[in-house]
Design a protein around this ligand. Structure first.
Ligand code: FE2
Length: 360
């Protein structure tokens, strides 16, 4: 994902460090603009509690019609969807988004928050999972059109063609996490839950001076004081596991399979459905792996749970498989190795794959 270097020049752009109502220092727009927005929202947004979708719709539709509160802040970025936080309280957060041709969100939910968005300029198209089924519905929204939805809503929003688009989005409670989905032959499959890095999914770039734009840098500076001094980080654990492990590139792993090695796929079902499978791989969930392969376990698979078994553990990208293979070696399976790069590297190497076998 690329991000154009565009400097917002709007009169409302915030000076870092100034606090306004609702937003923390470093968040979005100036304190004066925050107060003006808060005045508009005053009768619509309670200071705490959960807003119903119809209330959120009043927020987004109301702000979409008030160009004087946001029009000078919008940044048009041809490379990536742009956003800026306009308001945040304990009950909801409100965002300004700018869309260019070809930009979309990918499929996502809102981590249990209800939400609404209103088109302020241009056109957006929303695809969404119809309630109670696998059917995908579609609606096209023109300027001042608005939709609202409950916490189970899953959708993909895209620029609807024509010129630039602008929209106002609101969520209650404020966004914290969202789950990303993949479209598969079995319908939409939840892929993973991620911390919110901006409204409407990860395909976006925060405006300058937004706290979310700086979140990664802040996280890198954190030193959790409550951890034991000798507690390793996940990076250290990974490096330690790899120091005593054989890692196989896909071509080498493929050659070993013909000599009797076994490829063990530890990815969850939804990931196999979304990405595909390797024909002949043994599927053992990560949560039961040690019990199936420890030769002393009552739940073992006898043909595989042997000290001399040539086990090659595969995950999606070759990280979880390292930790799993290292644990198998500790259990005494001296030949346990992992697939460097995981299923993605296997597929990229042109080795055999097939669509996942759907359940039932
Ligand atoms: Fe969304």
């Amino acid at each position: 994902m690329s991000a154009a270097t565009i400097t917002p020049s709007g009169a409302g752009a915030q000076q870092r460090g100034r606090a306004g109502p609702g937003l923390q220092p470093g968040w979005g727009v100036s304190s004066e603009r925050q107060r003006a927005i808060a005045e508009v929202l005053g009768c619509l947004v309670p200071p705490a509690g959960r807003l119903a979708p119809v209330q959120l719709r009043a927020v987004t539709a109301g702000l979409a019609a008030r160009r004087d509160l946001w029009a000078d802040l919008v940044v048009r970025d041809p490379d990536v969807r742009w956003y800026l936080p306009l308001h945040r309280s304990n009950s909801c957060d409100v965002w300004l988004l700018a869309w260019e041709r070809g930009q979309d969100t990918d499929w996502h939910d809102h981590g249990g928050s209800s939400g609404s968005f209103a088109v302020a300029e241009g056109c957006l198209v929303e695809q969404y999972r119809a309630p109670g089924g696998r059917r995908i519905a579609r609606r096209r929204l023109l300027a001042l059109g608005a939709v609202a939805f409950g916490p189970a809503h899953v959708h993909d929003v895209a620029h609807g063609g024509g010129g630039s688009a602008t929209s106002i989005h609101a969520y209650s409670p404020p966004l914290v996490t969202m789950t990303c989905y993949s479209t598969t032959g079995c319908g939409l499959i939840a892929r993973e839950t991620v911390a919110v890095v901006g409204p409407e999914g990860a395909r976006g770039r925060g405006g300058a001076d937004t706290a979310l734009a700086d979140a990664s840098a802040s996280a890198a500076r954190l030193t959790p004081g409550s951890l034991p001094a000798d507690a390793p980080s996940i990076d250290q654990l990974l490096a330690e596991a790899r120091s005593g492990l054989t890692r196989l590139r896909p071509e080498a792993a493929f050659a070993m399979l013909t000599d009797g090695a076994v490829l063990v796929d530890i990815r969850p079902l939804e990931q196999r459905i979304a990405e595909g499978e390797v024909p002949g791989a043994v599927i053992i969930g990560r949560n039961v792996l040690e019990w199936r392969l420890d030769p002393r376990s009552e739940a073992r698979i006898p043909a595989l749970a042997r000290a001399d078994a040539q086990i090659i553990v595969m995950c999606a990208e070759g990280y979880a498989s390292t930790l799993a293979a290292a644990t198998l070696r500790r259990l005494g399976l001296r030949g346990a190795a992992d697939l460097d790069g995981g299923f993605q590297a296997w597929k990229a190497a042109g080795l055999p794959t097939r669509p996942a076998q759907p359940p039932g």
